[in-house]
Design a protein around this ligand. Structure first.
Ligand code: ADP
Ligand code: MG
Length: 348
C-alpha cells in the first residue's frame, strides 16, 4: 500500500466543551452572566468561559491578561518559535550549565520528576525522535526513517541526559545534541496559568481550554459541573464517546488518531515510546486524565498512552490517578477506567 499522510497542520482537540443550550443572561442587569473569550495559539485554538465576572472587572482587561499569559508561555516553551527560550537552550551546543529563567527551569525540573515517576514513559528529551519521525517543526515524513538513523538519533535522547539546577537557575545537557520538546506538557501548563489569573480575579465559575486540555472551576450556567465530551478515537470524522463532568479539576486527553501518518497499513502516531524510539504501537487509542493540575494531566495522559492500556491502568491505580482509556479490540472500542476515575469523575 502507498503511504498516506494524514497529519493535520492544525491540531484539533480530542476533548470538547459541550455547548451550553441555556442563554446565560443576568437577572436585573444587562450585563450577561456568561462571557467567552477565544483565540489561536500553540498550533491550536483556546477558549475561556467565565460566569459572573466580578463587578469592577471587565471583559477587555481579562482578555488582555489571558492572551498575554498564553503568548508568554508560547514564547517560552514552543519548539515552533525559533526565538523561544526553549529553542535558544536547544540550539546552544554547550554542555556546561546554561542560565534560563526560573520558570523554564522549574518546568523542566517538574518534567524530569514526571520522567522518573513514569519510568521514562514521559520524556521531554524525546525531541530529536519527534522531529525524525516527522512530528516536529521541520515537517512531516511519509514513511518510517531508516533503522540505523533511528538508533543514531535515539542515542541522544533519555531524560538522564538533561539536568535542572533551579537554585541557579540553569539547565545542563550531557551532550550537545540533547534537544527538549515540551509539547506534551505546555498546553496543560498554560491552562493552569490562565486558571491562576482567573482565581486571582476571584472568578468563581470558569472553564479554560487550550487544544482540548482543560481546567474547570465551580459550575456552569445551569448550575452543574462543566460538561466535557471525550471524543471517540476515529481517524476520520468526529463523534462523542462519553461526556464527563468537570469541576475544580484539570483534564487532558492524548490520542493516537489526530496526528499520525500511515504506512504499509500501520499507523505511526506522534507519541513516541522513549524506550523503543518508535511511535507507540499498542491498541490504546486515547487516554484522558483528570487531576488537580492540567499540566500534570497533560503529561500523564502522554505517559499513560506510552505505557498502554494494561501497564497504564496498573500505573494509574498504583499512583491513584484518574485515567480513562479507549482501547481498540476485535469487538470494537472498549473503555478502561482506573479506580480513581471511577471514584472521582461523573459520567453525564
Ligand atoms: P497533543 O499535543 O496532541 O495534546 P500530547 O500532549 O500527547 O498530545 O503531546 C504530544 C507531543 O509530545 C508530541 O507531538 C511530541 O512533540 C511530544 N512527545 C511525544 N512523545 C512523547 C513522550 N513520550 N514524552 C514526552 N513528550 C512526547
Ligand atoms: Mg500531553
Amino acid at each position: 500500500m502507498d503511504s498516506i499522510t494524514a497529519c493535520p497542520a492544525w491540531h484539533r482537540p480530542a476533548a470538547l466543551v459541550v455547548a451550553l443550550l441555556l442563554s446565560a443572561c443576568g437577572g436585573d442587569t444587562d450585563r450577561p452572566r456568561q462571557l467567552e473569550l477565544n483565540g489561536a495559539a500553540m498550533g491550536t485554538t483556546w477558549s475561556v468561559q467565565v460566569l459572573d465576572l466580578p463587578a469592577g472587572d471587565d471583559r477587555a482587561a481579562l482578555r488582555d491578561d489571558v492572551e498575554a499569559a498564553i503568548v508568554r508561555a508560547e514564547q517560552m516553551l514552543s519548539t515552533y518559535i525559533p526565538g523561544s527560550d526553549l529553542m535558544r537552550f536547544n540550539r546552544s551546543g554547550r554542555t556546561d550549565w546554561v542560565d534560563v529563567s526560573d520558570e523554564l527551569c522549574s518546568i523542566v525540573d517538574t518534567a524530569l520528576t514526571l520522567s522518573e515517576m513514569t519510568g521514562g514513559a514521559f520524556d521531554i528529551t524525546v525531541g530529536p525522535l519527534v522531529n525524525l519521525w516527522g512530528f516536529g517543526p521541520d515537517g512531516n515524513v511519509t514513511e518510517p526513517p531508516a533503522e540505523d538513523l533511528i538508533e543514531r538519533v535515539g542515542a541522544h535522547t533519555g531524560y538522564r541526559k538533561l539536568e535542572a539546577d533551579c537554585g541557579r537557575p540553569a539547565l545542563r545537557k550531557a551532550s550537545a545534541d540533547v534537544y527538549v520538546d515540551l509539547s506534551a506538557f505546555a498546553k496543560g501548563y498554560t491552562v493552569d496559568k490562565v486558571a491562576h489569573i482567573l482565581d486571582a480575579r476571584e472568578v468563581a465559575n470558569y472553564l479554560v481550554e487550550i487544544g482540548g486540555e482543560l481546567r474547570g472551576r465551580g459550575l456552569n450556567a445551569s448550575g452543574r459541573e462543566w460538561a466535557i465530551a471525550i471524543e471517540e478515537p476515529r481517524l476520520e470524522g468526529r463523534s462523542v464517546q462519553t461526556i464527563v463532568g468537570l469541576s475544580d479539576r484539570g483534564m487532558a486527553t492524548s490520542g493516537d488518531y489526530r496526528n499520525f501518518f500511515e504506512f504499509d497499513g500501520r499507523l505511526y502516531s506522534h507519541t513516541i515510546d522513549p524506550r523503543t524510539h518508535w511511535p507507540i504501537s499498542h491498541a490504546g487509542a486515547s487516554v484522558t486524565v483528570v487531576s488537580e493540575s492540567a499540566g500534570f494531566a497533560d503529561a500523564m495522559a502522554t505517559a499513560l498512552l506510552v505505557l498502554g492500556p494494561e501497564d497504564g491502568i496498573e500505573f494509574a491505580d498504583r499512583h491513584e490517578i484518574a485515567a480513562y482509556f479507549l482501547v481498540r479490540t476485535d469487538a470494537g472500542l472498549a473503555e478502561r477506567r482506573s479506580a480513581q476515575f471511577e471514584r472521582e469523575v461523573s459520567i453525564l
